[in-house]
Write a new protein. Structure first.
Length: 125
């Protein structure tokens, strides 16, 4: 959770005026000591994140799903060299969902991938 600038300034103001240690002011405002330490160095919250969302190639994931629509997450993960959990997070982020086959009613049947329509257009060109 990001604390607003006004709260951060208030914490630092109280620390300066009352001569409190970082641990004391952290306990008083119910925040972590590490947070107060960071605020002393830079009181403004960071607005952007300079870290990529994932290490896997999004286009490679989309191609893999198109080539192997019935594959399990662990199979996609093995081919792309990433974790199974990473595949589970990346598929919904790309808009790729799994739908049951309308013709199959058996509970153990494998499901085929459903990609967003815009993705099919990009692959066809």
């Amino acid at each position: 959770m990001t604390y607003p600038s006004s709260f951060r300034r208030k914490v630092l103001f109280v620390r300066e005026n009352e001569g409190l240690t970082m641990a004391q002011v952290a306990a008083r405002f119910c925040v972590g000591v590490a947070s107060v330490t960071r605020w002393v160095k830079n009181p403004e919250p960071k607005l952007t994140r300079h870290k990529p969302a994932t290490k896997m190639d999004r286009d490679a994931l989309a191609r893999d799903v198109l080539e192997h629509p019935d594959a399990y997450h662990y199979e996609h993960a093995r081919r792309l060299g990433v974790s199974e959990k990473g595949i589970g997070h990346a598929l919904p982020r790309r808009g790729i969902t799994y739908k049951k086959n309308a013709e199959a009613s058996a509970p153990m049947r494998r499901r085929a991938a459903s990609l967003p329509d815009t993705h099919y257009v990009a692959q066809a060109e």
